[in-house]
Design a protein around this ligand. Structure first.
Ligand SMILES: *Cc1c(COP(=O)(O)O)cnc(C)c1O
Length: 394
């Protein structure tokens, strides 16, 4: 962000309308156009977007939602906000995304479902910007009549080959997609989120929920020539985005194509510089996917210790991050808060290891995220590669 975003924030402040007004409406419109979808509804962050998406598809107390443990904890948390139970499925080691082959086995037998045991939805994550195998996932979902929600927090600008054409993630290809504009993500509004869908009823519902369930939006009330009293027909939330955030978001959105282009260039460069390194596993992009490269995650050779490598890099002035966390290893996920398959099939989980989530745990323990940002120079990138070789004693 620079002067351009600062000016945009000023424009919103000086306009006198600072929350959920014309800037938010314009940001939504522009985001929908960018994604190539019908409806976009701005909210306070991606976690609240996920909460509303799950509510919209009917997730209630005791419902099971199939998802991954290997994600930022907000993914699984949003299921629990609805009283639902996350059912964790393992990931593919190459893409770090949900393994579609494992989904079907985690679906509760709906013919015999009891009150506390039923699969209600599938919540997939386009992890660090890499698109999931939506064809395979939707095929399973349609067979079982389950809605698919896409946690696209990191995936603004990522693309998927769909019926012979490249389409933006979030169009959506599932039922609802949720985006984040936290500073960690590819574009930012400070904090912020977006829900995209092609279902007008859900879009209407999101707009009510995000503003306390209020029957008439502020914009309508303030513009009216007659006195209007609002009412509250349902339980709502305060999940609004401010106009200050939206004004910043509109400027960030204009930058998105150039940001993605630069990141793709740098990711390609990492691929080329690191490809012949024995034991090092680079991220792999399926032929039908184009990542936005929000993060560039490498799997270290067996002989390299993750913490040691990261420390050596830090000592050289390079900050790295370990791989994405696993929710099931956190204290907040102890006891009966989650499942790792059908309820009757107990898995063996002890001291942060679960036999069914082996690849998820490996991804957390054996990978590091290398610096990649669109202002990165080639010299900086060369320095990262050189230091990584020293850190790993290659
Ligand atoms: C960042 C992130 C979230 C949470 O987004 P917020 O906007 O911070 O609420 C959810 N899911 C994934 C996969 C994320 O990376």
């Amino acid at each position: 962000m620079d002067e351009v975003e600062a000016e945009a924030a000023k424009r919103a402040i000086m306009s006198g309308w600072v929350t959920q007004g014309p800037e938010v409406a314009a940001f939504e419109q522009e985001f929908a156009t960018y994604i190539g979808g019908k409806y976009a509804c701005a909210v306070s962050n991606c976690t609240t977007a996920l909460h509303l998406a799950l509510l919209a598809v009917g997730v209630q107390t005791g419902d099971e939602v199939i998802t991954v443990s290997h994600s930022y904890i907000a993914t699984a948390n949003s299921i629990r906000y609805c009283g639902g139970i996350p059912v964790f499925v393992d990931i593919e080691p190459q893409t770090y995304n949900i393994n579609p082959i494992l989904i079907e086995n985690a679906i509760s037998d709906r013919l015999q479902r009891g009150i506390a045991e039923r699969t209600r939805a599938i919540l997939i994550v386009h992890q660090i910007g890499m698109p999931c195998d939506m064809k395979a996932i939707l095929d399973i979902a349609h067979r079982h009549n389950l809605p698919v929600i896409e946690d696209a927090a990191c995936a603004a600008g990522s693309e998927i080959l769909w019926n012979g054409q490249w389409e933006k993630i979030g169009k959506p290809h599932g039922d609802i997609a949720c985006f984040s504009f936290h500073p960690r993500k590819i574009i930012s509004t400070g904090d912020g989120g977006m829900l995209t869908t092609n279902n007008p009823e859900w879009d209407k519902q999101f707009r009510l929920w995000r503003q306390h369930g209020m029957s008439v939006p502020d914009t309508v009330r303030h513009g009216a020539k007659q006195v209007i009293f609002e009412s509250y027909p349902m339980l709502g939330y305060n999940y609004r985005m401010t106009d200050i955030q939206a004004a910043v978001g509109r400027e960030q959105l204009k930058r998105l194509p150039a940001i993605v282009e630069r990141r793709r260039y740098l990711a390609q460069r990492y691929q080329e510089m690191l490809k012949d390194w024995p034991g090092l596993k680079l991220p792999s992009e399926p032929v039908w996917a184009k990542s936005n490269w929000q993060s560039y995650c490498v799997r270290l050779p067996q002989k390299c210790d993750q913490r040691q490598v990261m420390q050596t890099m830090l000592d050289a002035g390079i900050s790295t991050r370990r791989g994405i966390m696993c929710a099931h290893r956190e204290v907040a996920y102890q006891h009966e808060t989650w499942l790792c398959g059908k309820k009757q099939e107990k898995c063996h989980c002890e001291k942060g290891t679960c036999d069914r989530l082996f690849e998820s745990e490996q991804a957390q323990d054996r990978t590091i995220v290398l610096p990649l940002f669109h202002h990165m120079t080639q010299q900086e990138q060369d320095y990262v590669v050189k230091t990584l070789k020293i850190a790993c004693q290659v």
